[in-house]
Design a binder for this molecule. Structure first.
Ligand code: FES
Length: 114
């Protein structure tokens, strides 16, 4: 299971196969701003600092410019990490809303890694 590091806090969020960045955060008990969840509004943009992502589902052509893609901007609701990644939230800190989900996900990660 890949690990996602979320800056600016350095929080560790495991990512299951096929999960988007946003799904991984929500399924691990965190919240982040959200709009359409369909790659159309751009409210969920994050900066990809390390690693690579895929877009398994379509994204509106107008929400990410070529320059943004080149600079590592990605849509967290559609971007699926290929492996370990580091992202940076924009003007926001990661918010833990369900500590039990976080604990459960981290335990799954530890079990898979051992
Ligand atoms: S929530 Fe609208 S593009 Fe991601």
């Amino acid at each position: 299971m890949p690990m996602m590091t979320v800056e600016p806090d350095g929080e560790k969020v495991p990512v299951k196969a096929g999960e988007t960045i946003l799904d991984a955060m929500y399924n691990s008990g965190y919240a982040y701003r959200i709009g359409c969840r369909r790659g159309g509004c751009a409210i969920c943009k994050v900066d990809l600092l390390t690693g690579e992502v895929d877009y398994a589902k379509p994204v509106c052509d107008t929400v990410l410019t070529d320059q943004e893609r080149a600079e590592g901007t990605c849509l967290s609701c559609r971007a699926v990490p290929r492996g370990d990644v580091t992202i940076r939230l924009r003007d926001e800190r990661i918010r833990l809303t369900n500590a039990m989900l976080r604990q459960y996900r981290l335990a799954q990660y530890e079990k898979e890694s051992s």
